[in-house]
Design a protein around this ligand. Structure first.
Ligand SMILES: C[S@@+](CC[C@H](N)C(=O)[O-])C[C@H]1O[C@@H](n2cnc3c(N)ncnc32)[C@H](O)[C@@H]1O
Length: 322
């Protein structure tokens, strides 16, 4: 009976569905379906805005009674435990039966429960005729503290999107050097630092750079912010993110967009580009190949759409094909 070590549970708005699927493809090499995903890849739920919980599977069985025996044999003695029933796609178990099953599992654990402030939360669920039991790890949402950053920017990117962009740029690698090529006040940099990645930023405006630095140091994060036109950056990076200007404080002319993308492509082979405008032409003129794409709209504002392109340098493919 092949199974996975982890079951991930997702939560997202319908407007973010494509983004969440693209993010999960990059993290797990597999797309989430029905807001759930089975994988052997272990990541902290708080690395993503969309992963609500991770079940670390301890026991599983096609037979519920055998699973209960297995849990008993684990001889768990954790004081202050709690058990939650998790509903996966296709589980039609009625509420009364679910409560009875929570009791069954609770009685297998030789300690006192604490429903309000549990020390450990266990989970039970069923999918495609297999019952699973494990430890439940929740997204702690500590990253939402970043909302209290000292400096904000009217066209800053939404935190959920910023976190996904980092995961998409990283693409399941362990150690990467990232660049936020048009960093603004550093919304994306904060999320990369929270996840433990090395990231530098670059912005053409000295005032915005000053604010980005203040935001980073407010949370004790380390990240270099270059006050420069992106064309002057010579350091090489594993991947870059570009949240292109929207004509608010700097010109989003075709020439400027091409200039920013081309300059970034000189220092990295993988670029995740965000724009409200259609810029496919500029991407190919910059010598990049689109390997993935998605859109995110704003809830209640169907006309405001952010487009996200995952691009790789065409030269990289040429080198590979040689
Ligand atoms: C959409 S904003 C980025 C917002 C940012 N993601 C945030 O959340 O704060 C685009 C930024 O690109 C910067 N910019 C424009 N042209 C640039 C260039 N040639 N090199 C570097 N930065 C540039 C602007 O100053 C602006 O802050």
């Amino acid at each position: 009976m092949p199974t996975n070590k982890y079951i991930y549970f997702f939560r997202y708005d319908t407007t973010e569905s494509m983004l969440c699927k693209l993010e999960s493809k990059c993290i797990f090499n597999k797309q989430e379906e029905h807001k759930q995903l089975f994988s052997n890849v272990k990541i902290e739920p708080s690395r993503s805005a969309f992963i609500k919980r991770r079940l670390d599977v301890i026991s599983f069985s096609t037979d519920y009674d055998i699973l209960i025996d297995q849990i008993k044999r684990e001889n768990i003695q954790t004081d202050g435990f709690k058990v939650e029933y998790l509903i996966l796609e296709g589980d039609l178990t009625r509420n009364t039966e679910r409560l009875a099953k929570l009791k069954d599992v609770g009685f297998c654990i030789n300690s006192y429960p604490d429903y309000h402030n549990p020390t450990v939360t266990y989970g039970i669920c069923t999918y495609e005729n297999i019952w699973y039991f494990g430890v439940l790890i929740k997204n702690n949402f500590a990253w939402q503290n970043h909302k209290q950053k000292p400096y904000s920017y009217s066209n800053s990117i939404k935190q959920n999107i910023a976190k996904a962009l980092v995961n998409i740029a990283v693409d399941s690698k362990q150690e990467v050097k990232l660049l936020d090529a048009c960093c603004g006040v550093g919304t994306i940099m904060l999320e990369a630092c929270f996840a433990g990645y090395e990231i530098d930023g670059c912005d053409i405006s000295w005032k915005i750079c000053k604010n980005a630095r203040a935001n980073l140091s407010h949370f004790n994060y380390v990240g270099e912010v270059h006050c420069s036109d992106i064309k002057n950056i010579t350091k090489l990076y594993d991947a870059a993110i570009i949240d292109l200007p929207y004509n608010l404080f700097s010109a989003a002319t075709e020439d400027n967009i091409l200039h920013i993308i081309k300059s970034t492509s000189v220092i990295t082979d993988r670029i995740v580009i965000v724009s409200t405008a259609e810029i496919t032409n500029a991407i190919s003129r910059a010598g990049l190949r689109v390997v993935n794409y998605c859109i995110v709209s704003k809830r209640g504002k169907a006309n405001f759409t952010r487009r996200i392109w995952v691009c790789e340098s065409v030269d990289k493919y040429k080198t590979k094909e040689k």
